[in-house]
Unconditional design. Structure first.
Length: 356
């Protein structure tokens, strides 16, 4: 997994257009003065968060995240975003964005569906602190902008859930066109399932066929540097969001036949089931340490049918329950917060206590 974020060289220009002083911003964020002068701007997760905290402090504009995430000029889109616009549907666009983020940063985009509602979430895989509110605004505005441009019409989420305390409700509700719930369990943009399946009027099979191979080649090149065990594990992790991937699905992602993949794993001395459990264990530890996910939601994201199945597997791995393991780890890091209980992923109607 990539450990650093690649910052677009267009970001400094965009910030200047919005009236920000780049030297003042970098001083505020305690980042090197020559950061934006580099040919490839690479930052750690900690530095990325510091950058966006700095943008919020220097700009003083509560809407700046929405402005940064709502770029209308196609020439300023990243290659992955351009590919997303040429796909068949909004769901396909989000999935491709998540897939190609592997090339530029340690971040995931997840779609979690229950019934007729689907939550879109961003996950910073190496974060040791909560993500800046401004960065959340940028990400959700970016997803919505691509959806609206791709569908060519009004696209209105069901609701926006934010972990932060209530602030600028009217501004956010005007931009997203839906009710905003603060002090929520997770940062999530909720859509109707039917909206994710809406076709893109920007779909262009010919251009998609021209651009996709380059991104896929980069993914293949990156994976080729890994052992087959690590390739399978890296492929499994994004596929585990609420499902149990098969060896056929993983083989297809790796452009192999299922029989060839099985043979190569055997040559490496492992089985597909063993690597699947390794991927689940690593993700479980990450989710428990780095996020506010409830325990039954973690079970869902790991592809278990229910929380009890996850509890049994985790006890087999670690010799204790997920909640007790998390408490021990957090106390060891100076955080005694207990999250032993678990609740549904997201309720049909958020509780009023979370509405701010």
């Amino acid at each position: 997994m990539i450990s650093r974020f690649r910052i677009s060289s267009l970001l400094p220009r965009r910030l200047q257009e919005l009236g920000l002083s780049l030297p003042a911003l970098l001083r505020q964020a305690n980042l090197p003065a020559g950061l934006f002068d580099q040919e490839r701007i690479l930052v750690t997760t900690e530095e990325l968060f510091a950058l966006y905290h700095g943008i919020a402090a220097v700009s003083g504009d509560p809407a700046i995240g929405l402005k940064l995430g709502s770029e209308q000029r196609l020439e300023r889109y990243s290659p992955a975003a351009i590919v997303a616009l040429y796909t068949r549907s909004f769901r396909d666009a989000i999935q491709r964005l998540g897939r190609y983020k592997q090339l530029t940063c340690p971040e995931e985009i997840r779609i979690i569906c229950q019934g007729e509602r689907c939550a879109v979430r961003f996950q910073w895989l190496l974060a040791s602190e909560s993500e800046p509110a401004l960065l959340i605004d940028v990400c959700f505005a970016w997803i919505l902008a691509i959806g609206r441009r791709g569908t060519g019409g009004p696209l209105t989420p069901v609701r926006l859930e934010l972990v932060r305390p209530p602030a600028h409700r009217e501004m956010l509700e005007a931009h997203f066109g839906c009710r905003v719930y603060f002090q929520a369990e997770h940062n999530a943009l909720i859509f109707r399932k039917s909206d994710l399946d809406r076709p893109f009027v920007t779909h262009n099979a010919e251009l998609l066929g021209m651009l996709t191979p380059q991104l896929e080649a980069e993914l293949t090149d990156r994976r080729s540097r890994l052992t087959i065990r690590d390739q399978v594990k890296q492929t499994l992790k994004p596929l585990l969001a609420g499902q149990r991937p098969t060896i056929q699905e993983v083989a297809r992602e790796l452009s192999l036949s299922a029989r060839t993949l099985q043979r190569r794993l055997a040559e490496a001395g492992v089985t597909f089931q063993l690597v699947l459990e390794e991927a689940r264990r690593e993700l479980a530890r990450h989710y428990l340490l780095q996020s506010s996910l409830e325990l039954n939601e973690t079970a869902y994201l790991l592809g278990y049918e229910n929380a009890n199945s996850f509890f049994r597997a985790f006890h087999h791995w670690e010799g204790t329950s997920p909640g007790q393991w998390r408490d021990v780890q957090r106390r060891a890091n100076g955080n005694s917060l207990s999250l032993e209980g678990y609740a549904p992923d997201f309720a049909p109607v958020p509780p009023l206590a979370s509405s701010g």
